[in-house]
Design a binder for this molecule. Structure first.
Ligand SMILES: Cc1cc2nc3c(=O)[nH]c(=O)nc-3n(C[C@H](O)[C@H](O)[C@H](O)COP(=O)(O)OP(=O)(O)OC[C@H]3O[C@@H](n4cnc5c(N)ncnc54)[C@H](O)[C@@H]3O)c2cc1C
Length: 471
């Protein structure tokens, strides 16, 4: 197998990438270190082992972004989706699977494929120079030896071992009759306008209640092997800051200085929460400095008490986990290759997507891109209006770095509608010409986004699209 493409990691992304390559008629060597070496979370030697929940989340292709991603993957002949559908267990509108059956189906499909060879050994350093095309899909728990080799290539700051996630809000759910745009002291900074942040003001009473709520809230528990999670880059969780003193947050991420509320210029806010643009589209804003380990339900409850965020919809909630991932927007090209060494392509959670389905989807794209490259063709990118395209954009360029100096701001994300380019015209009327309001309007917008995505996917597949796997 001299010209085989090497895939390192037989998890969700690596299994899908190997399958896509083999289905294009290309030989693949899949390197999986289990059971010779294990991660802290995997328990079996099966490929595509689900390390925690057995759910692929919502299967609603019309009004849910991950449901749409499922459907696109099915259209693209995904092995992961085929195995999930074949091993489904009842879970309402979610797609949940029998984890043993799911992993066995994926393992058997790859073991029995004539073009796939599976090598059960750790790749414990930089892949040998004669591996001309490599897909690295070693996941959030990449083995330390390989992680070290990657870090030597990328530079220390560009491969993180923990995420520190601040919540992200859909911009159009922030009440701008309460909040306002302004940068602190109106400073434009290198890439800003002087009015780059959205500011939410709190009175003293509201601040006190907010701090009390943080102190009393339920925290998410860490896995035993994560318990030594360091608080790095000065990224303390907000509840830990609150524990250090009532005024700590007001002198940290909630400081009110250099800001004037145009809605009430005569009133100085006691504290301010700032939100900063997170993606190039300007549809998502993150709560600056608000990394947190509070339980998700508690985050929604408490953040909605902040003036201006009463109706906030969250694209991502905060968290802090053991997670190996690249600063992909800086390091990877548009087809997921490491700019510094293009024979290495990355896939899965290590690229900065989050979740089983998203990891598999990025694995699918990596397989298509590597296949095209092997045939001497230019890889075709999925349209940004599709779930695959939107997710790829997040990983390779959709995120905007902080406009002021500070730690790197790229953090992992699930697929969500905030990553999609907005509709040219959002639907405002129902099928009978009636004016749509609130929930009905939101649902109509989601339906329009998913219909656009599936139509664009079909056009992409039919036109200049990749040589798609034959079933
Ligand atoms: C504890 C934990 C719980 C999670 N819970 C959920 C959840 O409930 N739902 C969800 O959607 N997502 C969850 N995730 C995220 C989930 O891991 C990823 O979404 C998904 O598994 C990532 O897919 P992947 O293919 O990138 O990595 P993985 O599925 O982890 O696959 C990576 C593979 O690479 C192998 N490997 C690592 N290093 C080497 C090496 N040097 N040589 C050879 N092989 C190597 C590993 O053994 C593994 O099989 C969780 C993650 C963790 C760590």
């Amino acid at each position: 197998m001299k010209s085989a493409i090497h895939v390192i990691g037989g998890g969700l992304a690596g299994s899908e990438a190997a399958w896509q390559l083999a289905q294009q008629g290309l030989p693949v060597v899949l390197h999986e270190m289990r059971p010779t070496a294990m991660t802290e979370a995997h328990k079996t030697s099966g490929l595509a082992e689900l390390v925690c929940s057995n759910s692929f989340r919502s299967d609603d292709r019309e009004t849910n972004a991950v449901g749409l991603l499922h459907q696109e993957m099915r259209r693209l002949s995904s092995l992961i989706m085929r195995a999930a559908d074949a091993n489904q267990v009842p879970a309402g509108s979610a797609l949940a699977v029998d984890r043993v059956g799911f992993s066995s189906t994926v393992t058997a499909a790859l073991e029995n494929h004539p073009l796939v060879r599976i090598e059960r050994a750790e790749v414990a350093g930089l892949p040998p120079a004669d591996w001309e095309q490599v897909i690295i899909a070693t996941g959030p728990l990449t083995s330390p030896a390989l992680a070290k080799a990657i870090r030597n290539l990328t530079g220390e700051a560009e491969l993180a071992f923990f995420d520190a996630i601040a919540p992200i809000v859909h911009r159009d759910t922030i009440d701008m009759s309460v909040a306002w745009f302004q940068s602190r002291y109106d400073k434009a900074g290198p890439g800003g306008s002087g009015a780059d942040y959205i500011n939410c003001p709190l009175t003293r009473e509201q601040y006190d209640r907010f701090v009390d709520a943080l102190l009393a809230a339920e925290k998410a528990s860490l896995h035993e092997w994560e318990a030594s999670t360091p608080y790095f880059d000065g990224c303390l969780p907000i509840e830990v800051m609150a524990e250090r003193g009532r005024e700590t947050l007001r002198h940290g991420p909630m400081k009110p200085f250099g800001l004037t509320n145009p809605h009430r210029p005569e009133e100085k806010p006691y504290a301010v929460i700032q939100l900063r643009q997170d993606n190039r589209l300007g549809t998502l804003f993150n709560l600056v400095g608000f990394q947190t380990k509070l339980k998700h339900g508690e985050q929604v409850r408490i953040f909605r008490t902040v003036p201006g965020l009463e109706k906030a919809e969250f694209a991502r909630l905060g968290g802090l986990h053991r997670n190996t991932f690249l600063n992909s927007p800086k390091l990877l090209d548009s087809t997921l290759r490491l700019e510094a060494m293009p024979r290495l392509r990355f896939a899965g959670q290590i690229t900065g997507c989050e979740g089983y389905v998203e990891s598999a989807a990025i694995g699918l794209l990596a397989g298509l891109f590597a296949g095209a490259e092997q045939r001497g063709e230019a890889p075709n990118l999925p349209p940004p209006t599709t779930a695959h395209g939107a997710l790829l954009q997040h990983v390779t360029g959709g995120h905007v770095e902080a406009i002021d100096a500070g730690p790197r701001s790229f953090q992992p994300m699930n697929v969500n509608f905030g990553l999609f380019p907005p509709l040219a015209r959002a639907p405002s009327k129902g099928p009978n010409g009636e004016r749509l309001r609130e929930t009905a309007k939101t649902i109509a917008k989601k339906r329009a986004l998913t219909a656009r995505a599936l139509a664009d996917l079909e056009r992409w597949m039919a036109g200049a699209g990749p040589a798609l796997a034959a079933e």
